[in-house]
Design a protein around this ligand. Structure first.
Ligand SMILES: C[S@@+](CC[C@H](N)C(=O)[O-])C[C@H]1O[C@@H](n2cnc3c(N)ncnc32)[C@H](O)[C@@H]1O
Length: 318
């Protein structure tokens, strides 16, 4: 497999280490191992008595784990599965966890491996599966979904203004010949949108690629399933962090944590609180933490990152 770049700069790594506050002997769960940059940082702090469970559904991430396992200064294991499945598996073990984090989305390793089809900048088959052994590819979606479903996907998952025009153009083109590569799709999208939009902010196919990637990998459903599972794993005073790269992910993390941090769930309008609800979380990052200018200068991919974190309040666990 051709890798264009294997170096990986973990995003918001100092900030993550700060909110997770790892200590010697603690139990950590990295729900999105990727190239292991964050795991390495945390492993150094939890040390030989600590335990790291590293999760990723991409077998390339497992390969990377196998490469660096010996360098990790803690006990560790890799679980190759979707994070929703892996976290359910960990819950069954009933080992209290001190910290869990998500660094959502696609990894540099995935984007920089052109033949996986995540990048609109390189010619490749339209695949985009994080786990290439299961599920439908982006090419299958583009070939099979009807025009309305494609438009809805581009609108909802890509926040694409020209979703109707693009889906119409796709359907027209696929009647002539199958759309099989990234560049074919880029050309169709570019031709379908108004000329000024081709020169607007970002690549014209960026939003369509994001939408397809989210659909192919069921990303939002995975997040909705995984966040409560991750929270359940935490012991009292356990720490949670989620790094997102786009608003659909970030909104989910934000709302999830805000729900846990709420002190009262009485219907609005009641003069006094009667619910007796106890808040489960203390927010550690009001408004979220974004990268410094120095970080985005070094690593432009960090630009859209936002991290939210919370502490599980003593007494919240049953
Ligand atoms: C942004 S990268 C993580 C980078 C990592 N923090 C590092 O320092 O190298 C996201 C990773 O999460 C994985 N991933 C995304 N969604 C997943 C899911 N639902 N289940 C398991 N892994 C997932 C991807 O395969 C990718 O490797």
């Amino acid at each position: 497999m051709l890798l264009m770049r294997t170096d990986h700069v973990p995003v918001l790594a100092d900030e993550l280490a700060q909110v997770l506050d790892p200590r010697s002997g603690e139990v950590a769960v990295d729900a999105t191992f990727g190239a292991g940059g964050h795991s390495k940082r945390i492993a150094e702090k939890i040390g030989p008595d600590g335990l790291l469970s590293a999760i990723d559904r991409d077998s390339e991430a497992r390969r990377r784990y196998d490469e660096i396992e010996a360098e990790l200064p803690c006990r560790s294991r890799f679980i190759e599965a979707s994070f929703a499945d892996a976290l359910a598996q960990l819950a069954a073990e009933q080992v209290p966890v001190d910290m869990v984090w998500f660094d959502l989305g696609v990894s540099s390793m995935q984007i920089d491996t052109p033949e996986r089809g995540f990048s609109y900048s390189a010619e490749a088959p339209l695949d985009m599966r994080m786990d290439p052994s299961v599920g439908v590819t982006a090419a299958e979606i583009v070939a099979e979904w009807d025009e309305r479903r494609l438009a809805r996907t581009f609108r909802e998952y890509g926040e694409e203004r020209y979703s109707d025009r693009i889906s119409r153009a796709i359907v027209r083109e696929r009647e002539r010949q199958p759309i099989e590569t990234t560049t074919e799709l880029v050309d169709i999208v570019t031709a379908a949108i108004p000329t000024p939009a081709r020169f607007g902010a970002g690549h014209p196919a960026k939003r369509v690629f994001q939408a397809l990637r989210i659909a192919v990998n069921d990303e939002l459903e995975q997040i909705d399933l995984a966040l409560p599972l991750a929270w359940e794993l935490l012991r009292e005073n356990g720490r949670f962090a989620g790094i997102s790269f786009q608003s659909l992910e970030d909104r989910r993390v934000k709302q999830f944590l805000a729900g846990l941090a709420r002190e009262c769930v009485c219907p609005p309008g009641l003069p006094i609180c009667r619910c007796g609800h106890v808040s489960e979380a203390k927010l550690l990052t009001r408004g979220g933490i974004t990268p410094t200018e120095a970080e985005t200068d070094d690593n432009p991919r960090a630009r859209s990152a936002r991290m939210r974190a919370a502490l599980k309040i003593a007494g919240a666990t049953s």
